[in-house]
Ligand binder design. Structure first.
Ligand code: PLP
Length: 391
């Protein structure tokens, strides 16, 4: 028997683990999938002009290794787009990545030493603790404030900073809560990060999927604090399978120094990201976004339905999501959240993900991407299940 590496011990990814169980359950009964945040599995599709850009790139001979940071056309478009949003950056501070997922890997690998800790939200997208654990670093969880629309609580963040804290991650808009952070809180976070010499890593992969209110880019007012802003084609442009994302560094006072070289060095180790896909970046960022209105309209109506139906179930409560396509209801009765999700899947055929998989127990995550009839069917089943469990 060959033993896996010790470092894999704490590398977990609950979302895909539930998918494996769902496939087993599907052999016996129909499964309604409310567990994976992939719009293209439902009635959403990548805009044609982006598909054409890639086909043309391949036919036009752009099948070589690109520069490690990315093709010039994509890098320039990202700089322009970010600068338009107030996120100061330039060509030397951009790197195309294999989705935001690879950006997280590069960030932890190149900036965080084993034993150092990174502040990450609870609940949190599990990729963060997975990479932090992989490299022998320590996830340092701060709690998002459910009573305040899942906003960040900067006092709570500051309390957790110690002399091994290197960086703070924010996911704004948030997966799994659907929360969007208040500008005042973000400004306070900048102050705290400045006082403690922290880097801010801002995952903004859902920034064009705002259903209500306004989204603020922390790098647009981060002053001297270095910020790495990440984004990509997966969600805003409905192209998750293309695995195309990027990091944009804002470092007004050049505090990153050789740390920035380390990021670019990590980028060079994997040569480059898929070259043809990079040709969709400029048309995406500079395009007319004709897909956006229809996308937001569908999401808003599915979000409203989810919010209403879940809050009508005695024993559950849900803070209204403001962005993306996730809802994170609280389970207000005595049951382990993993049991809740496993039994819901096995007994009713509804796949969701347990809150502890996002480092916050007593909750579960619903992906409200499916059309209303499927959502209604799933909510009927969840209601039956909860009524049964509470007896
Ligand atoms: C908050 C967050 N960050 C990153 C990712 C992964 O993004 P990508 O597909 O660009 O790797 C996801 C995917 O669901 C996500 O929800």
């Amino acid at each position: 028997m060959i033993k896996p590496a010790e470092r894999m011990k704490n590398v977990k990814y609950a979302i895909r683990d539930i998918a494996v169980l769902a496939k087993q359950v599907e052999k016996e009964k129909k499964v309604l999938y409310l567990n994976i945040g992939d719009p293209n599995r439902f009635d959403f599709d990548t805009p044609d002009e982006l598909k054409n850009a890639i086909i043309n790139a391949m036919k036009g001979g752009h099948n070589y290794y690109a520069d490690s940071q990315g093709i010039k056309e994509a890098v320039d478009a990202i700089v322009k787009h970010n600068n338009n949003l107030g996120i100061e950056t330039d060509e030397s501070n951009i790197i195309l990545t294999v989705g935001v997922s690879e950006a997280v890997n590069i960030f932890v690998a190149s900036l965080i030493d084993a034993g150092e800790n990174v502040l990450i939200p609870s609940p949190s997208y599990p990729l963060y603790s997975a990479y932090i654990n992989l490299y022998g670093c320590v996830p340092n969880f701060y709690t998002l404030d459910e009573g305040n629309e899942w906003d960040i609580n900067v006092e709570d963040i500051e309390k957790r900073i110690d002399d091994k804290t290197k960086a703070v991650v924010i996911i704004n808009p948030n997966n799994p809560t659907g929360g969007v952070y208040d500008k005042k809180a973000l400004k306070e976070l900048v102050n705290v990060a400045g006082q403690h010499n922290l880097i801010i890593f801002s995952d903004e992969i859902y920034d064009e999927m705002i259903l209500e209110g306004e989204m603020h880019h922390i790098a647009s007012f981060s002053e001297e604090v270095p910020v790495i802003t990440c984004n990509g084609l997966a969600k805003n442009f409905l192209a998750p399978g293309w695995r195309t994302g990027w990091m944009a560094i804002t470092d007004r006072e050049q505090r990153l120094g050789t740390a920035k070289d380390a990021i670019m060095q990590m980028g060079r180790t994997r040569l480059c990201t898929t070259t043809p896909m990079q040709f969709a970046v400029k048309p995406a960022l500079e395009g007319n976004r004709l897909h956006r209105e229809a996308t937001i309209k569908k999401l808003r109506s599915r979000r409203d339905l989810t919010h209403k139906r879940i809050n009508e179930i005695e024993g559950l409560s849900l803070v209204k999501p403001k962005a993306a396509f996730y809802a994170f209801p609280r389970i207000n009765f005595d049951i382990d959240d993993k049991d809740f999700v496993t039994r819901l899947l096995k007994e009713e055929g509804v796949a969701t993900v347990h809150g502890s998989g996002f480092d916050m127990p007593n909750h579960f995550r619903i992906v409200y991407l499916p059309p209303e009839p499927i959502l209604n069917e799933a909510f009927d089943k969840i209601e039956n299940f909860v009524n049964r469990m509470r007896k």
